[in-house]
Structure formats: C-alpha cells, structure tokens
Design a protein around this ligand. Structure first.
Ligand SMILES: [Zn+2]
Ligand SMILES: [Zn+2]
Length: 263
C-alpha cells in the first residue's frame, strides 16, 4: 500500500502556558511578531480523505476556527497533561455536523486521565449536547486512521511515557526529554521531524534547544522543526537565525505539504 500525501498544519507551538504568557511583559511576550504568538502545541494532519488532530489543547476551539477545519475524523493523544487534553469538550461541534461520535486514539495512561477529567463524557446518564466519543485504545503497535498509517514512538517526559507518531516520512514528537535507542530506530529514515525545544536552560522533562538540535543531527534527519516553545527561549526571529541549516522553529499556522512516496 502506498502512503498518502500529507499536509501538516501547526495549530499551536507553545509550551503549557502559551506565548505570550498571562501577566508577562518580557520581550518575547510583548513582541509584535505574529511568530511570537504561540497557542498550546498541536498539529493537524490531512490526507485527501482523512483529517486528524494530535492533541486537543485548551486552545482547541480557536485552533479549529483559525485553521478553518470543517470536518475532523479523529483525535490522537500524545499524553494526559492538561495542555494536551483540556480542549476535548469542543469536539461537540464536529459531533453535531457529522452525526457521529469522534474517534479517539489514546494509550491506557491517557485514557484513564480522560475518564477521570471528563467524567461526564463517559457517564451512563447521557444528557443532550454531551461530547460523543468512541475510544480506541492504542499501544505501541502501528494503527491506521482512514488512509493514514501511524507508528507510535515511545518517548519519555521525565518518567511519563509519551507517544510520538510517525506518519510516513514525517515524525512528530513533543513533551520528551529522552528517547531510547530502540525507539530511535523507528524514527530513523524520516525526512522531516518535529521535536519539542522548550528553552536554552536545562529542564527536567523537556529537551532544551541544544538537546533538540543534537538529537535531530544524531538521527540524521534533513529537516527539523521545533515546537512546545517557552517565552524563555527568546524571540522567534533571533533564535531562528542561530539555528543550523535544515533546523527551524515552527510557528503557529506553518504548513508543510509533501508527497510521501512510500511503498
Ligand atoms: Zn505539553
Ligand atoms: Zn507534558
């Protein structure tokens, strides 16, 4: 089976508090550059026939409106932190227009958190207007959504396992500070990688800018984009200028379009 051509849209590229951060008047938070406005991290993945989103951030509703998404087939979750799940309730609009429950793909760790934090969605006593979902529990095994085959990559966020996802030539990894050798093998051969790069200073659960650069180079992937960026990293234009060739900071609204040509 050949892999479908994909379009990727960065819906958000900010860390958990977003950029600007509430109450902050630093250089980055007061920058007029639209590339310094970062909603919480999420991407839209589209083939000709299938549209899915990775994570439902607290900004999910606005991200869907801003990207003009009229139809959504599925949500795939990386991990249960609030900045990656909080917007789930707003899939209701897609239920309304499609008349169908939303397909949700999450590992058991994330599913447990969804059941706890959205208890009303899972309750036996349904009332009208509730979000309707269909849970698909994923593991480390490859799975497919519509015509898009997906390979989960296990990465670590301090001690929490987080799922990265490989879509043909494209790999998306967020909220990691470690990848084991065996999982790196699943990523190698990608032509484009997205990695989280929080800031320059060390952090317990996120790659720093330097660590993300080293990893992109070690994996020998020619094109890398960094996401989950903090206001502490610096202004987009300044930092982007310092990066090695082939590596860029992602920004909200950036789209990548590429043929996958994998048979
Ligand atoms: Zn996060
Ligand atoms: Zn996280």
């Amino acid at each position: 089976m050949s892999y479908p051509d994909l379009k990727i849209t960065f819906l958000g590229t900010g860390t958990s508090g977003g950029v600007p951060m509430i109450g902050c008047s630093c250089d980055v938070c007061s920058s007029p550059d639209k590339k310094d406005k970062r909603l919480r991290s999420s991407i839209l993945v589209q083939s000709k026939t299938t549209t899915l989103v990775v994570d439902t951030t607290p900004d999910f509703r606005y991200q869907m409106l801003r990207a003009g998404v009229k139809h959504l087939d599925a949500v795939v979750f990386t991990h249960p932190h609030k900045d990656h799940i909080a917007g789930l309730d707003d899939i209701r609009a897609f239920n309304f227009f499609s008349g169908k429950p939303m397909e949700i793909f999450a590992n058991s760790l994330t599913e447990e958190a969804l059941r706890r934090e959205f208890v009303y969605v899972f309750s036996e006593n349904k009332y009208p207007g509730l979000p309707k979902i269909k849970m698909n529990t994923i593991t480390t095994e490859p799975f497919i959504i519509g015509d898009i085959p997906i390979i989960p990559i296990v990465v670590y966020h301090l001690k929490m396992p987080v799922l990265g996802f490989r879509f043909g030539k494209f790999t998306y990894i967020t909220d990691a500070n470690r990848i084991d050798e065996i999982e790196k093998q699943k990523v190698i051969g990608s032509e484009i990688i997205v990695l989280n790069a929080l800031r320059k200073d060390k952090h317990v659960s996120h790659f720093t800018l330097g660590e993300a650069i080293n990893l992109a180079e070690e994996l020998n992937i020619s094109k890398a984009y960094f996401t989950h960026i903090s206001h502490q990293l610096g202004r987009h234009a300044d930092i982007n200028n310092e990066l090695p060739e082939g590596i860029e900071l992602a920004w909200d609204g950036l789209t990548l379009q590429f043929p996958n040509n994998i048979s």
